[in-house]
Design a binder for this molecule. Sequence first.
Ligand code: GLN
Length: 514
Amino acid sequence: MPLKLYDLTAHELRELLTRREVSATEVCRAVFERLAEVEGTVQAYITLDRAGALARAEEVDRDLRAGRDLPLLAGIPFAIKDNICTRGLATTCASRMLHNFVPPYDATVIEKLNAQRAVIIGKTNMDEFAMGSSTEHSAYFTTRNPWAPDRVPGGSSGGSAAAVAAGTAVCALGSDTGGSIRQPAAFCGVVGMKPTYGLVSRYGLVAFASSLDQIGPLTRDFTDCALVLNAICGPDERDSTSAPGGTGDYTAFLLDDVRGLRLGLPREYLGDGLDEGVRRIVLEAAAVFAQRGAHVEEVTLPHTEYALPTYYLIAPAEASSNLARYDGVRYGYRAPVTGDAVDMFKATRSRGFGAEVKRRVMLGTYALSAGYYDAYYLKALKVRTLIRRDFEQAFEKFDLLLAPTTPEPAFRIGDKTEDPIKMYLSDMFTLAVNLAGLPAVSLPGGFLDGLPVGIQLIGKPFAEGTLLRAGYAFQQTTDHHRRQPALTGEILHAAGGGSPKDENGSLFPGEGRR
Ligand code: GLN
């Protein structure tokens, strides 16, 4: 069987490229051929940049032929979540509001990937403004889980996770405010890391909740995770919350050795609401670590049950402020109305935002309003401190915590769209990490009825190296990350992305096609 280039990892491709056994152009073409095969079913991308991707690949090939040294990610196909600004390439946040927004600048992470000479295939689907857990809140279409096309890929970075799983990208970037990298990584059977708050610059990431948002990698294994993290991390004077200091080389942590590592199993993450099969997989993972010489013990994080209500006050409060900028004046959509400026603001925001975004803006505005600020927003900030302290105490005794990423494997499309609380509960195990600013990673832990299940490792601030060490060792002992979806299902749509949700193919019913 011929080698399927799109199925390899970045480090495997790197070897083939440096040995000149394949060219970057061949790799890039293989990904676009794969797209033609499966994108009609998966629908991971909102925008594809075939010309840009091929131009970059050819440039890499010229340098390879000239015998120049190239950065480690040169020629590697990447998918980028559509809330990360790319100069000259539409960045819609899967919202009608930004359907026509073409950023005049690159996010810092994109500058860094460009410096690596990575190949950007396109921009991936997501829940609108990153609010959601399934990509069903995208204004455009729902991405399908490559393992089971009647199921969601998770969200909000669902397109990025699905692309890596389906072979339509080798690596991807996502963003994680409350679980949006880890939860889709779990549902799609890939590695997804949310770095420590401040490790990766947020400059050029369209803001959802600024005190929680973080960009991170989605990859097929931990070596790739370390390579991408190396490339995107580091201080940035354009993001005042970015952490100072050097970070070193994360590949140095890929040691295949967890002896002596102290692993805590938080009791609150193994209780109510957790699927039995997922619990079994987490405990099996704990046994793998114990066999390999780690000390595994139960630990308690007593304020865990408050993470969800706390998050759903703080995140919407910040979102309501961040999203105030979409007023039809500066950029993005403007509703064509006659009347005064207030009529225009109202119509623009009513038509430009989807239902979930409006729900968050209203929740946030309410929590911040005079009279409720102390009772809700301020109280949530105080509970956030208690949640952070739980982790600080646990980390006095443990190096890492091991938990499920999600309460259950990928759910069916449509299962949770009627009930926002049900949807919010899919992040019950990921939210606290963002509130505490910690690094965490989801990795393939096993399968239930053919669906991937993720396990989550949570670390101390800036202990990404420890996460990589443990994750790498786990993958040396197990092979869940090597399984690939069959993706033989019927093609649901013509390739080239889905069409806007409105049945007339219009994003703005009544306003004519644009
Ligand atoms: N699903 C969570 C939410 O809807 C988290 C989203 C995210 O991490 N961006 O807010």
